[in-house]
Ligand binder design. Structure first.
Ligand code: MN
Length: 353
């Protein structure tokens, strides 16, 4: 069964209207910034405009490709053909103005606006196929080579922005179709801000440098964080680093199919709490990664999601001490029945440059 056949259309709807860029790519295999997929229980159509039509006709296999000309007429025709009158929309993507557009154009149809369709799609996407995992691995290999490059680049005198540029340029030159997100590269005191923005701050000897970055390969993201030291760390830096590392190793030892996101979060959080830094770990332990950089499942204190085999999830504990420094170490893993498969191959013992 292909993905379109696997999609569960909400029971109250006759068809599903796919409008988000990511879902369109997920179901058609083709990247585009426009177009809709209309999925009935026994047929599916991609309506896409002139800019993309050649590519769509050549590559899209699982649905009928129609050149979009008059969307209103074309949708009405397909609805009639399939004797359909209710349409489930992607509530997580649909804006109020687009919804108003559809409702105005199609007063005769009922729109199912509950989150059910979006939930069904995101649930499908949490469990990865072997092919998706391969793409995620390719993305991660690119990011890891960029990390090696950055280790050669980082020295006293370089700025945070230069470090982020070093990572970005390397990833884009070496096969990344895009960056997973705006690269975080922070030095010195700035490392205490978990999602700080790279500035002109110049790295000094004795600084931590924290880098959180990833590459996108064929639509799939990677995500990693490393904290390295430029010159000798203080005793406190070393001790905090090792607490974070132990918390991360504990979580990597815990993650497996059948536990909840909350249990995974707790495994690392307890190590940090017991070391007296519980208040300094103010974000959740991890999140799913795939076609989006943040997707389900969530590994947070409240997450009741039960992890399943072949979900991909990050493990990224941190300790942040304002006006001093911060440490985060992030790997991401494929959940399996026993030991997870760690997709991140970079060393984690403290690197001193
Ligand atoms: Mn992450």
């Amino acid at each position: 069964m292909n993905r379109i056949e696997k999609l569960v259309i909400p029971e109250s709807a006759d068809c599903a209207l796919i409008t988000s860029d990511i879902s369109r790519r997920y179901f058609t295999g083709m990247k585009s910034s426009a177009g809709i997929v209309l999925i009935f229980r026994n047929a599916a159509y991609l309506l896409i405009d002139f800019r993309y039509i050649e590519k769509a006709r050549n590559t899209v296999k699982d649905c009928e490709v129609i050149e979009q000309q008059n969307l209103k007429e074309q949708i009405a025709e397909l609805m009639k053909k399939h004797n359909a009158c209710s349409i489930a929309v992607e509530a997580a993507d649909m804006t109020l103005s687009r919804m108003a557009f559809y409702e105005e154009k199609f007063p005769e149809f009922e729109f199912i606006k509950s989150g059910e369709l979006s939930d069904n799609i995101s649930e499908m996407r949490t469990v990865k196929t072997a092919d998706e995992i391969d793409k995620i691995k390719s993305a991660q290999r690119i990011a890891e080579k960029a990390f090696d490059e950055a280790l050669n680049f980082i020295k006293p005198g370089v700025t945070e922005r230069e470090i982020s540029l070093c990572l970005d340029e390397f990833m884009l030159r070496n096969g990344a179709e895009a960056l997973s997100f705006e690269t975080i590269a922070l030095g010195g005191k700035n490392t205490s801000m978990p999602h700080g923005v790279p500035s002109e701050y110049t790295v000094k000897s004795g600084d931590f440098v924290l880098m959180d970055f990833g590459a996108v390969y064929d639509g799939y993201h990677s995500d990693m964080t490393r904290t390295v030291c430029v010159g000798q760390p203080s005793e406190k830096m070393e001790s905090v680093y090792n607490i974070v590392l132990n918390a991360q190793l504990k979580a990597l030892d815990t993650v497996k199919a059948g536990i909840t996101g909350a249990e995974l979060d707790r495994s690392a959080r307890d190590v940090i709490k017991n070391a007296g830094y519980g208040e300094c770990f103010g974000h959740s332990l991890g999140h799913g990664v795939g076609m989006e950089i943040h997707e389900f499942p969530t590994a947070s204190e409240k997450s009741e999601t039960v992890l399943k085999e072949n979900m991909v999830v990050t493990v990224e504990p941190g300790i942040y001490l304002p006006e001093e420094f911060g440490v985060r170490i992030e790997d991401f893993v494929v959940v399996t029945e026993k030991l997870c498969e760690n997709l991140t191959k970079c060393p984690k013992k403290m690197i001193i440059l």
